[in-house]
Ligand binder design. Structure first.
Ligand code: NAP
Length: 348
């Protein structure tokens, strides 16, 4: 990665945006210039990058002039609103929102799994949903050894998955409850402190919420397995940071537990963490701030001869969002894929 690039972070002041800033610094991403963009709410505030204060600007039509790479983390409607301007200005957008993930002309990339799919982008590359990335990076190496027939997953998703303000809200709610007051909910639909509730994304016709359907559809797209059986139940839990997942995998034949441990222990982006003597397995506090997805409690499913049970915790702001996006950007740099091989316009 010798070339220097002009980078913009759209949504720089958010939970994912501030993590992107930290990762670009700590991973020494080759930056010529860095623009920090937000809504008018945060315009004029400053963020620090490599010891220097940079003023946050409100995004506008001229923001992307001369920019090579846009790391977008400002929500789906903002990505949709600016995608054409970004691509027309000659930049490539790595998008953290769900806006383009299922668009057949937009690669959906987890660099440990399908890096080659990023080669033919049309100016937009999508970062998968956070719970999907954590699941996919942990189980894909098992799928390569012996194909998975069915995935049953239940998630335990932290407040920060709903953004920086949701995380603050849970802290305020916790304080209120400890003071004997009623907790107020404004960002999330219900009080999350000392509580939990099924994921608050809109419900679909199937009875599954959108977050659950993202896990189904995005896993299929990343694995390039359009008919893979996946079912998910997503739940918000009063954890500040890092998501957890209980995963049941069904294979076509028995999968030796020892082999699964061996594979997970060597898999990229994954760390095997289990101490059966001490009954110690991954927890969100272990995963917070870490790049690797922590996997443990790998055991035979006693209800099915071809089933495996797994537990994981992963920092959804890091590998579930910002780190995966920066890894995609590094991949584009390494392979010289930063310029789109543009043959068609992405429909917004
Ligand atoms: P967040 O903490 O709420 O931050 C949102 C960011 O977007 C802020 O910088 C905000 O700027 C900016 N923004 C909002 N509306 C805007 C507009 N109209 N124009 C320009 N900028 C605007 O949210 P987040 O958690 O970082 O999530 C960002 C995106 O990443 C979302 O699409 C989310 O689904 C996705 N994502 C999040 C996670 C996670 O764990 N949090 C994981 C995976 C993917 P202001 O400061 O001016 O409001």
């Amino acid at each position: 990665m010798s070339k220097l690039v002009n980078v913009a972070i759209l949504g720089a002041t958010g939970a994912v945006g501030t993590e992107l800033l930290e990762l670009l610094d700590s991973r020494n991403f080759p930056i010529a210039s860095l623009k920090l963009l937000s809504s008018p709410r945060s315009a004029g505030t400053t963020l620090t990058f490599k010891g220097e204060k940079i003023k946050v600007e409100a995004v506008e039509a001229t923001s992307f002039k001369g920019v090579d790479l846009v790391l977008a983390s400002a929500g789906g409607s903002t990505s949709k609103a600016w995608a054409k301007t970004i691509v027309d200005s000659g930049a490539v957008m790595v998008d953290n929102s769900s806006a383009f993930r299922m668009n057949p002309d937009v690669p959906l990339i987890v660099p440990e799994i399908n890096p080659e799919a990023a080669a033919n982008h049309q100016g937009i590359i999508a970062n998968p949903n956070c719970t999907t990335i954590l699941l996919a990076v942990a189980i894909y190496p098992l799928h390569q050894f012996q194909p998975i027939k069915r995935i049953v997953v239940a998630t335990y998703q932290s407040a920060s998955g709903a953004g920086a303000r949701a995380m603050e809200e849970v802290k305020i709610q916790s304080q209120a409850i400890l003071n004997g007051e009623a907790p107020q909910a404004e960002i999330l639909p219900y009080p999350l402190a000392f509580n939990l509730f099924p994921h608050n994304s809109p419900l679909t016709d199937t009875g599954y919420c959108e977050e659950e359907m993202k896990m189904v559809n995005e896993t299929r797209k990343i694995f390039n397995e359009p008919t893979l059986k996946v079912t998910a139940t997503c739940v918000r839990v009063p954890v500040l940071r890092a998501h957890s997942e209980a995963i049941n995998l069904e294979f076509g034949k028995p999968f030796p537990v020892a082999k699964a441990r061996e594979i997970i222990a060597q898999a990229p982006g994954v760390q095997l963490l289990e101490d059966w003597q001490q009954n110690y397995f991954p927890m969100p506090i272990d995963a917070s701030g870490k790049d690797d997805v922590l996997v443990g409690r790998i055991r035979q499913d006693i209800s099915h001869p071809c089933g495996l049970e797994l537990w994981l915790c992963g920092d959804q702001i890091r590998k579930g969002a910002a780190l995966n996006a920066v890894q995609i950007a590094e991949l584009l740099m390494d392979k010289d894929w930063l310029k789109p091989t543009k043959t068609k316009e992405i429909t917004v």
